[in-house]
Design a protein around this ligand. Structure first.
Ligand code: AMP
Ligand code: MG
Length: 411
């Protein structure tokens, strides 16, 4: 069977044209449940943080001008007229020549404009000797100096982590509006594919793709739903795909998309609804048999069976869609490096070469193809830091040429 292969860019264009890639909705969750979720709104603070001027040390609240001239040899004596503890409103205010004992985190009493640390003061009954002068606002965190009421603290699209959730707590929010997480059904095909944990019969292999793809889905903000392994049987696959489409927003399959007699995914996909298969083969290496269908408003990505091909095509075509549905801004880590050796392309196909990035003796970054380089080998991906592209119309990248490495992970 001859297939006219479309380019990767054409495939991307067709998918975007047939699919609305926008967040799937908004829900409110407890801040403790919000880790890794994407903020759906800008968050504006309703309060000042801290809400009042507070002491950042244990010591004595004073009028700074009363301490001017104080040093180790000439302490200045102030009258202690009370104490403020944390969590209470000061009932005292201080006047000239007075001080109030204060704890870290307690509100500054009226009249005081600085705090002398305990280490620089010596208490004698109702008096305190100040051994170091302080300037105005010394050891005071002013109301709103951290966050001002009305200030935008977090912006839509941020992925929430420890620091962001701490900020939400600081302004008193226990819940937060986040985008719904896209549900992504993941299923494997092939009579030889066996779930890990089960004994391996002869002629069989363990399922890699369902696991690597599920984790890749998670890493870009989706919720993977593992549906299992299905034999290459049209009826069984049709049933599995129908269930996947009813349970999930996106479906990912692997295997069964080449031109072998058992590769029937594209045929089944074309019976499930309109517009059906929109991409059937892409001029890339690896990943040529990649097939994409849109059924109603849901995409089905039928990826090649070879583990490295499946994951590479995930990064190229699937990841941006899942990120878009999750409300994440697609972001790609790339670095420039120098080709360590000549790397050849496959004529007429955009070729992706898995590479390691390492430093040479002169400190330059080198892109070095991983040794196996086979799309069927999981170790190809395991060893790779990222990949480089050789355009369709280029035969090779020469040793010493500058290349852009798309990173799988930060170096
Ligand atoms: P296929 O496209 O179904 O012909 O599969 C291509 C190659 O990938 C075959 O060697 C399959 O055994 C292998 N393969 C298919 N699915 C998986 C999977 N889920 N995990 C590991 N290898 C697979
Ligand atoms: Mg197969």
């Amino acid at each position: 069977m001859f297939r006219r292969l479309i380019t990767l860019e054409e495939a991307e264009g067709i998918i975007i044209k047939n699919l609305k890639v926008a967040p799937l909705g908004i829900e409110e969750v407890d801040i403790l449940e919000a880790c890794g979720r994407v903020l759906a709104v800008d968050v504006v603070s309703g309060i000042d943080v801290p809400p009042f001027n507070r002491s950042t040390v244990d010591g004595y609240a004073v009028r700074s001008e009363d301490t001017f001239g104080a040093d180790e040899n000439n302490p200045i004596r102030l009258r202690v007229c009370g104490a403020v503890s944390v969590g209470e409103v000061p009932k005292i205010s201080i006047g000239r020549g007075e001080a109030v004992e204060i704890m870290t985190g307690a509100p500054i009493p009226d009249g005081a404009d600085a705090v002398v640390m305990s280490e620089h003061a010596e208490r004698m009954d109702n008096e305190v000797y100040i051994y170091r002068a302080v300037t105005k606002y010394a050891n005071i965190m002013k109301a709103g100096s951290d966050i001002k009421r009305g200030e935008t603290v977090l912006t839509e699209g941020m992925v929430l982590g420890a620091r962001e959730i701490g900020a939400l707590a600081a302004i008193g929010l226990s819940k937060v509006k986040v985008y719904k997480v896209p549900r992504v059904a993941v299923l494997s095909t092939g009579a030889e594919v066996t779930e890990p944990g089960k004994p391996l019969e002869s002629g069989k292999i363990y399922d890699i793709n369902a696991y690597s793809l599920s984790v890749a889905v998670k890493e870009c903000g989706g919720n993977p739903i593992y549906l299992g392994v299905f034999p290459d049987d049209a009826l069984t696959i049709e049933k599995a795909l129908k269930k996947a489409l009813s349970d999930a927003d996106v479906v990912i399959t692997s295997g069964g998309v080449s031109v072998g007699p058992k590769d029937l995914i594209p045929r089944v996909l074309n019976t499930l609804g309109d517009p059906g298969v929109v991409v059937c083969g892409v001029a890339i290496k690896p990943g040529k048999p990649t097939t994409v269908a849109i059924i109603g408003d849901k995409p089905v990505f039928a990826l090649p069976g070879h583990p490295a091909s499946a994951l590479l095509v995930f990064y190229l075509l699937v990841r941006p869609i899942i990120m878009g549905l999750a409300g994440r801004k697609p972001k790609e880590e790339t670095i420039k490096a120098i080709a360590s050796t000549r790397m050849f392309s496959d004529k007429g196909r955009k070729t992706f070469v898995m590479v390691n990035v390492k430093k040479d003796e002169r400190g330059r970054l080198l892109a070095d193809p991983v040794s196996t380089g086979l799309s069927g080998a999981i170790t190809t991906l395991l060893k790779a830091d990222g990949f480089i592209e050789i355009p369709e119309n280029q035969q090779f990248i020469d040793v010493g040429e500058e290349v852009v490495v798309h990173l799988f992970r930060e170096l």
